[in-house]
Design a protein around this ligand. Structure first.
Ligand code: FES
Length: 106
């Protein structure tokens, strides 16, 4: 539907295309957990404290907001971090977002 956000999830060799309405008040971590991506633990419940919801953003429309200082600091605690690393709990699935393609790191 017109108000749905397209979400492509790459994990290993698999790519899955999903959609979610933009008015459900979810963040991407919650959406991934609801879709049984067990690699996304979300241990801190979306408080930007644990980095267990780390994803890499491959494509996005329109652009995401800049990382907050807190998000940046937590990502830096990971053993490997990439230019496109983000905390999925900090990505809001709202009317600002049209589509996103992410990779779940191994
Ligand atoms: S759920 Fe803990 S940082 Fe995202």
């Amino acid at each position: 539907m017109e108000n749905d956000i397209k979400i492509a999830v790459v994990h290993g060799s698999e790519e899955v295309n999903l959609e979610v309405p933009n008015n459900m008040g979810l963040n991407l971590m919650e959406f991934l957990k609801a879709n049984d991506y067990e690699q996304i633990e979300g241990t801190c419940g979306g408080m930007a404290l644990c980095a267990s919801c780390h994803v890499r953003v491959l494509e996005v429309s329109p652009a995401l907001d800049e990382q907050s200082d807190d998000e940046y600091a937590i990502l830096e605690t990971l053993p490997v971090v990439y230019d496109n690393s983000r905390l999925s709990c900090q990505i809001k699935l709202n009317t600002n977002l049209k589509s996103i393609k992410i990779l779940i790191p191994e």
